[in-house]
Ligand binder design. Structure first.
Ligand code: ADP
Length: 215
């Protein structure tokens, strides 16, 4: 993203790294995001966390989204997009963002591209964390016991995985066409997954290349 001819209107040179962390529910996106933001000084934008915060504070938005979340369904695109837009604008002075749990539909992905392009800050790379379905299920069932998350119950988990396959998985081709996907095997222990992610990010920072697979 270096531009030797100087900034164009709307370009923001402070933003050098915008990452989407992508993967099914239970793939460890939240855990890895927390480490990534620390190492690379990014702003963590998790739409799931935003929604849970609204629900916890029992705001009108929280009450609106609860009906979807507790059924394992996606919150409507326009609701999520409004939240994301607000958070991006609040942190435009930071070195970059990591988007976690967003985008989750093609409509959201297109809208994100437009929002970022308007600021001259395209997505740098999309880290796709791959975990087998059986393992996802085990992790979420385990998490439900102590997370207190209302959507970590067995039938809701099944629904979330179905929704993921139907509405979110198509984003792989969307970003594949843009040459932005780095696929990470997410079945290993947390530290090893993080090592692979940092390899993908460091390669990008050094040479603006996206490693298609990091194993
Ligand atoms: P997980 O990755 O474990 O599914 P999240 O914390 O990312 O959990 O999201 C929890 C729930 O919040 C989702 O099942 C969905 O209902 C809602 N949600 C989060 N992000 C989005 C989004 N980008 N679009 C629509 N709904 C969302």
């Amino acid at each position: 993203m270096t531009n030797i001819s100087g900034p164009m209107p709307g370009e923001n040179f402070l933003h050098m790294l915008n990452i989407v962390i992508f993967g099914p529910p239970g793939s460890g996106k939240g855990t890895q995001s927390a480490r990534i933001v620390k190492k690379y000084d990014l702003i963590h934008l998790s739409t799931g966390d935003m929604m849970r915060e609204e629900m916890k504070n029992d705001t009108p938005l929280g009450r609106e989204v609860r009906g979807y979340i507790d059924k394992g369904l996606l919150v409507p695109d326009e609701v999520v997009l409004k939240e994301i837009d607000m958070h991006i604008n609040r942190h435009l002075d930071k070195p970059g963002f990591i988007f976690d749990g967003f985008p989750r539909t093609i409509v959201q992905a297109r809208a994100l591209d437009q929002m970022l392009e308007a600021e001259g800050l395209p997505i740098s790379l999309v880290i796709s964390v791959d975990v087998e379905e059986e393992e996802l299920f085990k992790r979420m069932m385990g998490r439900g016991e102590d997370s207190g998350r209302s959507d970590d119950a067995e039938h809701i988990i099944r629904r979330r995985l179905e929704v993921y396959k139907e509405q979110t998985l198509p984003l792989i081709s969307y970003y594949m066409e843009q040459g932005k996907i780095a696929s990470i095997n997410g079945m290993s222990p947390v530290d090893q997954v993080f090592d692979k992610i940092t390899r993908a990010i460091d390669t990008y920072l050094e040479s603006q290349t996206v490693l298609p697979v990091v194993d």
